[in-house]
Design a protein around this ligand. Sequence first.
Ligand SMILES: NC(=O)c1ccc[n+]([C@@H]2O[C@H](COP(=O)([O-])OP(=O)(O)OC[C@H]3O[C@@H](n4cnc5c(N)ncnc54)[C@H](OP(=O)(O)O)[C@@H]3O)[C@@H](O)[C@H]2O)c1
Length: 287
Amino acid sequence: MISRINSETRLYVLIGDPVEHSFSPLMHNAAFQFCGINSVYLTLQVKSDGLGDAIKGIKSMGISGLNVTIPHKVSIMKYLDEIDSNAKNIGAVNTVINKDGRLIGYNTDGAGALASLKRGKGDPAGKKVVLLGAGGAARAISFSIAPFASRLVVLNRTRSKATSLVKAIKKRINIDIVGEELTINTLSRELADTELLINTTSVGMFPKIDETLVDRHLIKPNMVVFDIIYNPPETRLLREATASGAKALNGINMLVNQGALSFKLWINLEPPIDVMLRAINRGLRGG
Ligand SMILES: NC(=O)c1ccc[n+]([C@@H]2O[C@H](COP(=O)([O-])OP(=O)(O)OC[C@H]3O[C@@H](n4cnc5c(N)ncnc54)[C@H](OP(=O)(O)O)[C@@H]3O)[C@@H](O)[C@H]2O)c1
């Protein structure tokens, strides 16, 4: 790929802090190469107090598009020229297009999660969904699944974040939804009749891979358990879900689908999802 870089090569970047463990360069560079697109994708570490300057640089240097990760998903919004309505509802941006010098923000996390649920036979349509967490990913996923689920229960360690997410969704979507504190009691009550459990918290993520929020006895064989963590690919929650006879889905497909949607926004071409998935799997195996 390096040999193809020339004066016409377009640049796409991920900005965040930290960025050094991201799999996005593997996935997007594999997609550019497969589609014969003269572009490269790099990571740029941008500290919180440097975001404004970074945005000015992105505009003045004509960088073609961005992905945005922690800690800038919310703070970038004030620097953008336009924000699409879905990202506005969610309150966070993970993808930016540079359209003739105007920066336009989108959020592909929720649609990526919904696509991967459908692909994994975990379609939320008509189901009661219990969602653990109320952070950035939880907001994106809740807005995407709320129009389809029959009931949505948001459980979060910090109760106020769950209730403010529920309030924001209620304003825009007509759904049976509640937000409560995540406790042993609320979990066991709500999981008793749930078909779809989604973990959007970071509990169980590398390196604390032995942690889980859900007692394995609460997982029933008729459940789909979706853990959006992708490193490790099988969290303790998913291992115990499989052992209980439930269907386990990890975050790899969500990662690929949200990346594929970013690719489509930037390039306006059908993304090569299988190529992107193989690149991520290679990265997770350390290749
Ligand atoms: N597969 C993908 O494509 C994808 C995309 C985005 C994110 N993710 C993953 O999703 C996870 C969350 O990301 P995010 O951006 O939403 O982060 P975030 O905004 O920081 O939210 C973190 C959430 O985890 C909860 N939490 C953290 N530690 C906890 C603990 N010990 N006990 C109970 N709850 C705890 C937080 O609860 P409080 O509100 O109480 O602090 C909050 O709800 C990360 O693991 C990230 O890698 C995956």
